[in-house]
Design a protein around this ligand. Structure first.
Ligand code: HEM
Length: 464
């Protein structure tokens, strides 16, 4: 027995390498859009790595300390320790500014790639039976990713971010009956209290990342267990030394996980890391030296959440005043409806979607969005809805800087747009695709009829 074989057997008896090989031979269909999930995965990895670096220097405390660093205008000033430590990371720690920017851009790309990945899964119908559980796990991951970004946004405790974070506190305490309790748990009491930053830090560096890591492990385990979806094949083919029928979806054709897909994934990883490095090197992020430390006595003129929470902010801005009421001892505020109920309904609608578009039989081929009129119509309407709500979140900029008017003028237009445009574009998409489908079906029938005629004729000839 060769030494290599002996070594292999040694490992095999301990680690069951043989079974591992079966796993490593798993097929990954070679589709570019299937790499979006990997981009999200690698962003998470880079977030953890860059976050560990930042964790060595960040101080989760709002106690005032005297500033002694490179930013001249704050020299000798008493400021919250969290703010001072982020100034220190940015201007004094070697590579600090680069890593802080990398962490920032990785967070944005993480949420963006999750959104695109979700749209890919939606429009190709990859959520259908048997993948509903993974769609639900994914919905949870999307919410957690937003939670991670939100809690991170607050940590420098600068004037701009702290004010935006206070919106989250107001939404939390707006929940009838249990709001104050949640405010205590998440924010450590009235915002900003001395416990706020330690609580958000704990959520940001431990609770949420652990939940994301657990959710990801489940997401990947389900993916491996169920096999990936595959685009419909044009013809029968030979793969892995066996003949595969074009319509046989019990077999998935693709690259083996190792070494081929692993090599593709390595390229995706380095591409993601390179893109984020370029962004970190070239584009500045949230300039806390410009905003200054949080000052509870003042409110900055412009308050804005990150772009991916802008749609929630939009609901808050568009909700009419009368949409708040009191029933007995329970007060239901506009903040609760716009900032908690409506976003909750959006997430709930996303989670239950595979049960609305129900598929009784397991489906392993992806669908062409152009041949699914109503599902694609709903998707287009949903994208329009979130985009209009996001524009509404910036209603003051739209009114003041773009249209030169007031929010009183643009709000009713945005309200009407939010209610009318999604059903309009969704309905239009449906009609366009349905007509296209009808035409292609007519074409198919004509071809089939021609084929039948030819078969009949041949049959007639052989009878003679
Ligand atoms: C932290 C966030 C997420 C990460 C890192 C992630 C990662 C991945 C990866 C690497 C794959 C396999 C490759 C691919 O199809 O892209 C995948 C598949 C899948 N993901 Fe995600 N995902 C995340 C969030 C989501 C979300 C938000 C949804 C939907 C709500 C979702 C639903 C699915 C489904 C249904 C599959 C199977 C797709 C198929 O077999 O074609 N994922 N995910």
């Amino acid at each position: 027995m060769s030494r290599a074989k002996q070594l292999y057997d040694w490992f095999d008896t301990r680690l069951d390498v043989e079974n591992g090989q079966t796993f490593l031979g798993k097929a990954f269909p070679a589709e570019d859009s299937f790499l979006l999930g990997e981009v999200a995965l690698f962003c998470f990895l880079l977030l953890v790595l860059s976050g560990i670096f930042l964790g060595f220097f960040f101080e989760p405390s709002t106690s005032d300390v005297e500033y002694d660093g490179s930013v001249q205008k704050f020299q000798g000033e008493e400021m919250p320790e969290a703010f001072v430590s982020v100034l220190h990371i940015t201007y004094d720690v070697p590579f600090g500014m680069f890593i802080r920017r990398l962490h920032h851009w990785a967070a944005h790309l993480f949420v963006a790639s999750i959104g695109l990945h979700m749209l890919r899964v939606f429009f190709t119908g990859a959520y259908r039976n048997p993948r509903e559980p993974n769609w639900i796990v994914g919905t949870g991951l999307a919410a957690l990713a937003m939670g991670a970004a939100y809690t991170g946004y607050a940590l420098p405790f600068d004037e701009f971010a702290a004010t935006a974070t206070s919106i989250g506190y107001n939404l939390t305490i707006s929940v009838p009956l249990v709001g104050d309790f949640f405010g205590q748990v998440i924010f450590g009491g009235e915002f900003p209290s001395s416990a706020t930053i330690p609580r958000l830090y704990f959520l940001h560096v431990l609770v949420i990342p652990m939940l994301i890591a657990g959710g990801l492990a489940l997401h990947m385990a389900i993916l491996v267990r169920q096999k990936h979806t595959e685009a419909p094949r044009d013809d029968d083919l030979t793969a892995g030394g066996r003949e595969v029928d074009k319509d046989d979806d019990s077999v998935i054709v693709g690259l083996p996980a190792f070494p081929n897909q692993a090599a593709v994934s390595a390229v995706v990883f380095f591409f993601t890391a390179a893109t984020l490095s370029a962004l970190a090197g070239l584009l500045p992020v949230h300039n806390i030296a410009h905003y200054g430390p949080n000052d509870p006595a003042s409110t900055p003129g412009l308050i804005m959440p990150d772009w991916f929470l802008m749609w929630v902010y939009g609901f808050l801005k568009l909700l009419p005043k009368w949409a708040s009421f009191t029933v007995g001892p329970v007060h239901v505020s506009g903040e609760f409806i716009g900032g908690v109920v409506l976003p909750g309904l959006v997430f709930a609608a996303v989670a239950v979607w595979p049960f609305i578009d129900r598929t009784p039989e397991p489906t392993h081929f992806t669908a062409d969005p152009l041949s699914r009129p109503w599902q694609t119509g709903v998707g287009v309407a949903a994208v329009a809805f979130v985009m209009i709500a996001s524009i509404a979140g910036m209603n003051n900029i739209l009114a003041d800087k773009v249209l030169g008017t007031t929010t009183g003028v643009v709000n009713p237009i945005l309200q009407a747009a939010l209610l009318l445009v999604p059903p309009l574009v969704g309905g239009l998409t449906y009609l366009l695709l349905r007509n296209g489908d009808d035409e292609s079906q007519t074409d198919e029938q004509e071809i089939a009829a021609d084929g039948d005629a030819a078969a009949d004729a041949t049959g007639g000839e052989s009878d003679d």
